[in-house]
Design a protein around this ligand. Sequence first.
Ligand code: ADP
Ligand code: MG
Length: 407
Amino acid sequence: MSFKELQLCPGILTAIEESGYKQPTPIQQQAIPAILSGTDLRASAQTGTGKTAAFVLPALHLLQTPSKLPGSGPRILILVPTRELAMQVAAETVKYSKHLQRSKTVCIYGGVPYPVQNRELSRPYEILVATPGRLLDFISQGRIRLSRIQLLILDEADRMLDMGFIEPVEEIAAATPATRQTLMFSATLKGSVLNLSKRLLKNPMEINIEPAIETHDHIEQRLHYVDNIDHKHNLLEHLLTDPTMNQVIIFTATKHLADDVAEKLRDIGHNAAALHGDMNQRQRTRTIKRLRTGDIRVLVATDVAARGIDILTVSHVINFDLPMCAEDYVHRIGRTGRAGAKGVATSFASHKDMSVLKQIERFTKQRLNPHVIPGLEPKGKASSGRPSSSRPPQRSQWKPRYNRYKV
Ligand code: ADP
Ligand code: MG
């Protein structure tokens, strides 16, 4: 199927062509006609499958027809969980609307002073990309009115709920017209996401793009059993000598450890920087920019800060600590191998990590291949690898506890 067959307006097709996209991804093939038909939609597809364009392109198309609602104010609202994602989604709306009129985007998020955003909001705009907290601030100050919203989009709804945004999201939805069209995109559509969708969506169509069995087959996934944190540091140092490692994102469980690892790496001469939720917005933006321009080779990050990073030159991901849940694992490794490029994702696991490791393998339907580096073999409990497989996996052993670490 080609983008032309999706009947998007010519200006959008030109921008797609300029982006170098040859054909719509599966989620785009299914979601775009559905959205254009006006139906509510909840959709899930794994990370890196082009969900952003799946909702941005039809949203831009809809904007080309004048609004039936009087007054001024945004017509499209895209809610996202984090500032980085807000900036990334806004960058895409700007990119795809380059040749269109009446499609100006404003992007608002917390952690930056109000005056700059106030200025942007004072000019006419049609598309609002926002994180929930800051949007509610602006609504209560009377700076933003949502009475003209015709399309409400929730991106990464699962993450939004994990981050405790359920009430803000409902409050925001309540401030939009009941006649709106609502779309919900998520890596998964289970539990509380499903419940929220039942409250916000009307007779939604559902699209689930099942991950292929060979999930991320362009990303090679490796595993190193480790004894302790010193062992992790030694392995890490060794891995960073790999000449094929163009740029790498290293994930740690805590902000403190991210700083610590970045500092240790700088001490031994690596071009490394940390990225986490304790840094202010300016620092975070600057750090991501430095990664994008190749100014830094090694980024040490926590989960929240790393969401949404889409940099083609990131060749490797290293899980210095395994994530708390399998979904996060898939998000993390998806930071490499963007847009079909090859990538390598390496995870460190100690004997304490066996249950989450099982969870990840069950979720990705893939077994991670243990690798050993001569001289850096595990010696302790982890050296025997996983516990005997005679015992069936025990689901109850492991529960996702997203808030255990403040990232
Ligand atoms: P998701 O939100 O599903 O994780 P993104 O929307 O961030 O994925 O898209 C992942 C990458 O794929 C981005 O670099 C994007 O520019 C690229 N992309 C999106 N649609 C296409 C397409 N049809 N063809 C090629 N690349 C695409
Ligand atoms: Mg996305």
